[in-house]
Design a protein around this ligand. Structure first.
Ligand code: ASP
Length: 331
């Protein structure tokens, strides 16, 4: 029988109703009591790294989870992480960079409704997560939710209430679960031992454009952060109206040695700065382009890269090197 380590972090799945709304209360052992059938799938040990609403999670928590996996890696065949859905895609992306090419599955799951409720997706999602973690072809970091297995670098929360909360962006689902059976479509690259990383850089900001946005907010972000992700429109670009100062802000960022990454607020298909003049002229300014990566993955990848190097050439090289299928298009 396979040995799985369940890592509890909180979220709705572990929440109970309090006077001021849902709040994580149950630990991993209590969650397991709701799904006794898992005993026939695998043997499970439990560890609780935190018990928080994932809104409260920080990059330091990603590192705590990654260290927990590393410390127990040899003793287990796979890992199931119960997690809040709100920032699960960020954690999944970050873990994809902190633990690379793992031959053992690292499966995140959670729920839209607490496990103690009569109508809940918790029990199905948790049971599916264990089933998937025990399946022969499972590897790497993924999210198991509502019967879908989504790559950690490609997941995005797209619904706030429905059980179908997550989608795989710009990449097919890895597998689906039907009545306890795994139908695996795609295998992930794996090595004998994963590459573990133990550094994360936290000083990363994001600016989302709206029509008429003032470049002052980009100036603020450039002064405040070491790297700024700009979520622009369509395939990407910056306003170049006579009174907008975006292009001079970008030039200033370059001179200050700050990193700018251009991405899009459009859900699917990614950026392409080559298409329009509003984007094309930025390419000479040393900014990086996210292409088909999700914003969650850009955040995780920058946090990982800036934890390793501040050399601009090395940063660009690593940013454009695909990891866990996070990037298919590179120009
Ligand atoms: N606010 C919760 C969390 O992310 C939502 C959930 O788990 O579904 O922790």
């Amino acid at each position: 029988m396979k040995r799985i380590l369940m890592i509890g972090t909180g979220g709705t799945i572990a929440s109970e109703m309090t006077e001021s709304g849902l709040s994580p209360r149950l630990d991993t052992t209590q969650l397991l009591h709701y799904i006794p059938q898992v005993q026939s799938i695998c043997s499970v040990d439990c560890v609780q790294t935190m018990n928080v609403d994932s809104t409260n999670m920080t990059p330091a928590d990603w590192l705590t989870i990654a260290r927990c996996i590393r410390d127990h890696y040899e003793a287990y065949d796979g890992f199931v992480i119960s997690h809040g859905t709100d920032t699960m895609a960020y954690t999944a992306a970050a873990l994809s960079y902190l633990v690379q090419d793992s031959p053992k599955p690292i499966v995140l799951t959670g729920a839209q409704k607490p496990i103690s409720m009569d109508v809940t997706d918790s029990k199905t999602n948790l049971t599916d997560a264990f089933t998937y973690a025990c399946s022969e072809r499972a590897s790497g970091v993924c999210i198991v939710f509502n019967g879908s297995v989504i790559l950690g670098t490609r997941a995005k929360k797209i619904r706030t209430h429905s059980f179908s909360a997550f989608s795989s962006i710009n990449f097919p689902e890895l597998a689906v679960l039907q009545d306890g059976k795994v139908l695996q479509y795609i295998d992930l690259p794996k090595r004998e031992q994963p590459l573990f990383y133990d550094n994360i850089h936290e000083n990363i900001g994001l600016v989302k454009l709206i029509p008429g946005a003032d470049a002052g907010m980009l100036d603020y972000a450039i002064a405040r952060y070491d790297a700024v992700i700009v979520e622009s429109f369509g395939v990407g670009g910056l306003p170049e109206t006579p009174d907008s100062r975006f292009f001079s802000s970008i030039l200033r960022a370059k001179n200050m040695g700050k990193l700018i990454v251009m991405t899009t607020q459009v859900l699917s298909e990614g950026s392409d700065l080559n298409v329009y003049r509003v984007g094309y002229s930025l390419k000479d300014q040393g900014i990086l382009e996210a292409f088909d990566m999700t914003t969650e993955s850009v955040v995780g990848k920058l946090s990982w890269i800036l934890g390793l190097t501040r050399d601009p050439i090395e940063i660009a090289k690593r940013f454009y090197t695909p990891i866990a299928h996070d990037l298919l298009i590179t120009g």
